[in-house]
Design a protein. Structure first.
Lengths: 473, 268
């Protein structure tokens, strides 16, 4: 039974098997609307993991995952706690980046933007199995450098500008990565996938800033009403999936799942050779994902230069966030500063102003929190409030309201591209099924999710973004 | 028997497959009407048969078979009037034939007249006119499961109305999962469950049919999941796959009919 303890904040008291209580961020409206039983069971299951401190946390975009719920956050004591690949997800460092163009939507009009999205569609492979087949795949040496240094390696290869790094979470690199901890199979799956979108809910989107909420922060970040933006959602592709899978297999074979309420929660002690090896591999996969989004942005900049004659450095990266990750962070807990291993699965870091890990600009304002919604209605740009209850975490999206199967059935036989055009959104995709599965009504209204985040004090709205052109995987 | 009550009747197996969106020529049979004919009865008044059906011997457990639509058939061969998918059963074929035999014996014992030719497992999807070449060009293999036995009434206009139904436990059924994709998978033993799990993956992505694995030997449930993932990895690496991995979520259970049951969640 949930008990409200604050605005949009509910407590799930400790029950049998739980080491800590659950904390659910949601409005009453969301709790009524979403299918909550299974994800709450998963919140409870996560609360049973060794070394968990504080709460087993659910964000307002929570939905049924496997192991952790999607929209789950958990902090583990590094000395007594465990690290769980299921608490990170298969798509390690799946994340979002937002860049802005120095133009207003109304200044440029639809025709050049249609040409731009077509050019991006041609340059950035998207969809099932789409890799850079014509390019040389990543060599062992490339991998060694990319997996160690993330986005920086891409910038050194001309795929970006040095200023980009300060606009990426953790400067585009998770420390402690070891390329040798990533299996040859994982490397083989990822070798031609750097700079590719993938399938599922991944996308590249062009839209315009629809409304401003915090004008001072928007100004500090260079955001104007009507301004064109580019949003990229992708992750570590086959390399990350295989890294997660390799670890799950190893952990299950070694018996780490015994006694857990769900085998997918399988976890090894953080301070164990197995736990440390997973962290090294996960960090390497996370660095691949940073590089992947960096290369996609590079291709987008190439397209912008070709079509709109805007030089690459004027397509300014505002921020890049991870939403499937485990990281060591320092937080205040029980009156002490403690180093903790924070699992965020379908959740975004939301450091507030003054946080020591942020670069100068964001130290003044708090970090940007990127919340993509669905491809029809809106996305949001928020600023982190550094909420201690959630280990400075916020939501990562709208969260699905309807399963892929239901959405596919609902739209079967209908001209979905034409429908989206009628809503003012041009959609390009290599698969009809993906578009049908990702139709706007398959998602909760992101405005409701963001309202919960704001009421609970996790992050505040800076701008609402309206998509106009979308490439789906 | 009044002439007015006569209907075109037959027993058929409801066939479910990820049928491609119909861009092909031909008068397409609606997906919900696609079936595999088990016994054709011809024009009859359905009422007496419906009254007799409670005495039809029904085998247990009623696990529906699963197979692959492996080639196209244009029937009849000389002057084809229909386009059909041939079904190669991978599970449940012996049970299906045994049920059909029992159904025939029962119908013959009640003096119904039947066409007793051997069963040609096929599902008709379109009627003439059609372009054979175009169908052949666009053909690819599809997985298929049987969901129920129905006494159908042919209504013309390419539709068939079930008058009586015997539901089968499906080899798998897609569950409503708000994050990824999920299936309830069933099997009489672990090997059959393993096969059905693979066919379920191929429902989402038919090219997976080219990656079906040989049967398990002495592997455990966990090892089965690992093998399935190895196959998905190979598929993704070689041709790409929307299904990226298969989670360890879910316990192996027995359902109320004694069948093995697993809630399988896939990462998309």
């Amino acid at each position: 039974m949930l008990r409200q303890i604050g605005k949009a904040t509910y407590l799930m008291p400790v029950e049998e098997g739980m080491r800590v209580p659950g904390l659910i961020i949601a409005t009453e409206k969301l709790l009524k609307e979403i299918e909550i039983e299974r994800p709450l069971q998963q919140v409870k299951n996560v609360a049973s993991l060794k070394g968990i401190v504080g709460y087993s946390i659910a964000m307002p975009d929570i939905h049924w995952g496997y192991g952790f719920p999607i929209g789950g956050v958990a902090a583990m004591d590094p000395e007594t706690g465990v690290i769980s690949p299921g608490g990170v997800g298969y798509d390690i460092n799946c994340g979002v980046r937002l860049a802005t163009l120095p133009l207003l939507f109304e200044e440029i009009g639809e025709a050049p933007l249609k040409e731009l999205i077509q050019r991006i569609f041609a340059l950035v492979p998207s969809g099932v199995g789409r890799g850079h087949k014509k390019e040389r795949g990543l060599s062992e040496r490339d991998y060694s450098e990319l997996l160690s240094s993330g986005a920086k390696w891409c910038i050194e290869h001309g795929w970006g500008v040095p200023e980009d790094l300060e606009h990426i979470e953790s400067l585009g690199k998770i420390e402690g990565a070891d390329p040798d901890a990533v299996s040859p199979t994982a490397k083989s799956r990822g070798k031609d996938q750097l700079g590719t979108v993938g399938s599922g809910n991944h996308f590249v989107e062009i839209g315009a800033v629809d409304e401003l909420a915090l004008a001072d922060i928007a100004e500090a970040w260079g955001i104007r009403k009507g301004q064109l933006y580019l949003m990229i959602h992708s992750g570590s592709r086959g390399l990350g999936h295989q890294t997660c899978q390799d670890t799950l297999n190893r952990f299950v074979k070694k018996g780490y799942a015994e006694g857990l309420p769900d085998r997918q929660l399988v976890a090894a002690p953080i301070r164990s050779p197995d736990g440390e090896e997973y962290f090294r591999a996960m960090a390497a996969a996370a660095n691949f994902a940073f590089g992947n989004r960096q290369k996609i942005l590079h291709e987008v900049r190439v397209a912008v230069q070709e079509v709109l004659r805007i030089p690459p450095h004027e397509v300014r990266l505002l921020y890049d966030v991870c939403h499937n990750i485990a990281k060591f962070e320092t937080h205040e807990f029980e009156g002490k500063r403690r180093r903790l291993c924070i699992h965020r699965k379908g959740a975004t870091r939301a450091f507030g102003k003054g946080h020591e890990e942020l670069s100068a600009l964001f130290k003044k304002t708090g970090q940007p929190v990127l919340v993509p919604g669905d491809m029809g209605r809106a996305s949001h740009l928020l600023v982190g409030e550094g909420n201690a209850l959630t280990w400075c975490s916020s939501c990562h999206g709208a969260g699905r309201a309807r399963s892929r199967v239901q959405s596919l059935k609902a739209w079967k036989g209908r001209d979905i591209k034409e429908y989206m055009e009628s809503q003012g959104v041009t959609v390009l995709a290599s698969s009809y099924r993906t578009i049908a599965e990702e139709m706007p009504d398959a998602y909760k209204n992101v405005d409701d999710v963001v309202l919960a985040v704001e009421e609970a004090g996790l992050a505040s709205r800076v701008a609402r973004l309206k998509p106009h052109f979308v490439i789906k995987g | 028997m009044g002439t007015n009550n006569q209907r075109n009747l037959f027993f058929g197996l409801e066939a479910c497959a990820p049928w491609p969106e119909s861009s092909l020529q031909g008068r397409m049979i609606p997906e919900e009407s696609r079936h595999l004919t088990l016994a054709f009865l011809g024009k009859l008044d359905p009422k007496p048969l419906l009254e007799q059906l409670p005495s039809l011997p029904v085998p247990e457990p009623l696990l529906g078979g699963a197979g692959v639509c492996d080639r196209l058939l244009f029937l009849p061969e000389r002057r084809p009037r229909v386009v059909s998918y041939h079904v190669r059963w991978l599970s449940g074929e012996a049970e299906l034939l045994s049920f059909r035999d029992a159904l025939f014996r029962w119908l013959l014992s009640l003096d119904y007249r039947l066409d007793e030719r051997p069963l040609l497992s096929h599902v008709t999807v379109a009627r003439a006119p059609f372009d054979e070449g175009k169908w052949k060009k666009e053909f690819h293999q599809l997985p298929l499961i049987a969901k129920a036995v129905h006494l159908y009434q042919s209504r013309g206009e390419l539709t068939y109305l079930p008058l009586w139904s015997l539901p089968l436990s499906p080899a798998f059924e897609e569950l409503s999962h708000t994050g990824e994709a999920a299936f309830a998978v069933r099997g009489k033993d672990l090997n059959e469950l393993y096969l059905h799990a693979q066919l379920a993956c191929s429902f989402l992505y038919p090219p997976f049919l080219d990656y079906l694995l040989p049967p398990l030997e002495n592997e455990s449930f966990e090892e089965m999941i690992i093998r399935l993932n190895e196959s998905l990895s190979r598929l993704d690496e070689e041709i790409g796959s929307p299904v990226k991995a298969l989670s360890f979520h879910g316990e192996l259970q027995r359902d109320e009919k004694g069948l093995l049951f697993w809630e399988m969640i896939l990462d998309i």
